[in-house]
Write a protein that binds this ligand. Sequence first.
Ligand code: HEC
Length: 118
Amino acid sequence: MRPTRGFFLIGFLSVGGLSAWPSWGAENPASLFTDICSVCHGVGGRGDGPSAAGLYPKPADFTDCKAMAADSDQTLFKIIKEGGQSVGRSTVMPSWKDSLSDDQIRSLVKYIRGFCKK
Ligand code: HEC
């Protein structure tokens, strides 16, 4: 790659902001989750992240298949996009609509489903 193209790419990424950051693409929900969700939800999705101890209600435990089965993918999508409040749950679960694209949120829903191993 010629050096000029490298410069162009860097400029594009910084203008694009979070959603254009390569390790945070919709195709890599694992690093998204670890970087921004695991402080509360825990790297393994158990709701035991470092910030969870001080929270009420506790962050959802994504490995609890029964509890997770009660919510549709659309509900999970809405909670992530617009916050817990949007479906009558806690405001402790933030809204991510300003920093994540719909594609990123969809891939996170799929990723979260993967924590439930029957
Ligand atoms: C500040 C702590 C915090 C962060 C950061 C956070 N969450 Fe949450 N989340 C919560 C809490 C607390 C709840 C439970 C809300 C309730 O039950 O009222 C929750 C609930 C949820 C639910 C609903 C689960 C269910 O029971 O149906 C989903 C899905 C979810 N979070 C996904 C995410 C994703 C994806 C991220 C990262 C983009 C994230 N959360 C980041 C605290 C957090």
